[in-house]
Write a new protein. Sequence first.
Length: 337
Amino acid sequence: MSLSITPDNDIKKESSTFINMVYDYDWSSTLLGPMDSWDPALKNAVNLCLSSKFPICLYMGSPHWTELYNEAWIPTLKTKHPFALGKQFKQVWPEAYDAFFPQLENVKNTGKGMFCEDQYFESQRDGYTEETYFNFTFSPVFKSDGTVCAIFNVLQETTQKVLNTRRVKVISEFSHRISEIKSLESACHIIMNVLSNSADIPYALIYFVDHKPNTARLIAKTFDKDNIPDYIPDSPEIIYLTEDINKSCNTYVEVKRKDVTFSLLKCDSWPIHLVIKEEEKHVKALLKDESQAVIESKKISICGRTLSAVLIYGINRFRSLDEQYMEFLKVYKSSHD
């Protein structure tokens, strides 16, 4: 796919706060020079980009590939906007440079476009390394002499679609194994077995709470004693809830993202005492390596037995603990009922 040139080769000065930002940018400070000096094909591509309601970015001028994008592209950038406007690709996406720079150059050198579906990419656009997926095209923009002056990048983020698909798969797998349940303990082991290969729950534990004596007993986990993740708190077979329980679980930390701020409990040990006080309560924990976990209480009733349980879920460090993530945990937990 390539972009043809239309007879109208001037920059169309449509008006909006963002488009005005593009026009007012000092393009003469870039290797492209002022907008008025740009090739007619490039001006035409700019018009198409800025007028589109679909996320589009123009990479202009090899090998530096200066960026110009439309308003619909801003959610892709998150906190990288407005810094990204007029900057070179490597400045905006250093984490993607090694993977995508050769692709940009290949489109320029061959004059052939490319398409990728659900392309995995670890981005740094919201204060942490984020697991993301995209459908996108790279299309060459040709000048009248046949050379490529820009790459037209049309993109659709598919992260939530990919996450939803794999999360539904986990819930479905547990549903298919319900017939294997013979006891409360076997149910817990099946729950852990299903989660053992889950990218969204890298580890999990289940404790049963016994109020006489006041203890929590480890029933099942997704790892064996020789493969305990070194970043999680100590997870003994028995936790005595009457010991000095507050010494390491009394500090809350705010973790900020672009659209939301999370309040997390900084933990050196599992705060089971906090969640057993009321049914269905949960605590979001920040562990010593800055990873996160969710600890929640639940009444489990299977095979005529009912017990108070505490479920601990490790959180994928490449995903934000957002509403969709919490909803997945809620649905998975309810599938055990």
